[in-house]
Design a binder for this molecule. Sequence first.
Ligand code: UT7
Length: 341
Amino acid sequence: MDLLLAGQSPPILGVGLIGSGSAQAAQVISNDQLSQRVDTNDEWIRTRTGIGRRRVSTPGQSLVDLAAEAGRSALTMAGRSPQDLDLILLATSTPDDLFGSAPRVQAELGATNAVAFDLTAACSGFLFAVVTAAQYLRTGAMRRALVIGADQLSRFVDWDDRRSCVLFGDGAGAVLLETTHQDGLLGFQLQSDGSRGAVLNLPAVDISAPLVDGAEHRAGGYRPIEMNGQEVYKFAVREVPAVLQSLLKRCDVSPDQLDWLLLHQANQRILDAVADRLSLPRTKVLSNLSSYGNTSAATIPLMLDEAVRDGRIRSGDLLASSGFGAGLSWGAALLRWQGPA
Ligand code: UT7
């Protein structure tokens, strides 16, 4: 999918980002606690990743619980009611139900006028979902969309694999989009490359089970996350600056015009490398990795909500955002935060 610039055909209506929300998993697990389980230590994890702790859901806390709480809080900030929603898009790779968890979120919220469905693009999912929702709004087909990024990778992490288990956590974040005169999605560029997808997977089990005489079926279920960390790292530090530079150029925006860089929170070293490549001061790079680790589709809206609520992101601020991860998938969007009226 290629770039769409505001002002070029076919945009009809602007898309405003008018509310944000987030929800956290109940348990806090420190690096020291993880070192009780695998051969690791706080110093290694902090130095190599910037992560100090992560949140992990309790068995009683569902993905739908997290997503609905984040969505409710975005609605409250925006001053809108659930019945005002036309669309709920849930970006997740870890639904409670493979048939889709978005309709359950819709029911939890009481958003009786909204159509709701899941979208899966791993850690890029939230950005892909914002762009997708915006297309419905731009055409005038819909007026308000709640975009939620939520994941519970703790259900699929191999907690005995120190190379990956230290990275991930659970969480949810949400943004409310509404048609407005001032456009908040100034451009985007989304990319996929399945030929390189083997470096990060949450694969289906590949075993056969007898069905009837002479026939077998493929058994259900998934294996834990499999990751080649170094390859994912190289992919991120090459593609993220490239997609951001391409987007900014096509939007005629220079990096120094940005108020914030809002990246998928995977590793502090990746955030720093991208900032350096764009010649952006690290003070403009939002990071909450130390508290949450990598929450997959939730990282960008979780970070956005935190910075909006503590006053760092203010109405009118210009943000360059980039998501990247399994697929491989990656992308960037140039956003202007509007906030509630
Ligand atoms: O949303 C995208 C999700 N994935 C990512 O973002 C992953 C991107 N990659 C990374 O963030 C980094 O590659 C990691 C943090 C995963 C690993 O950092 P690294 O600097 O690439 O370390 P490495 O894999 O080169 O391993 C260096 C050493 C190895 O020991 P030896 O072979 O040199 O003796 C590892 O066995 O560190 C060891 N190691 C650990 N030691 C203590 C690996 N994990 C750990 C650990 N604690 N948790």
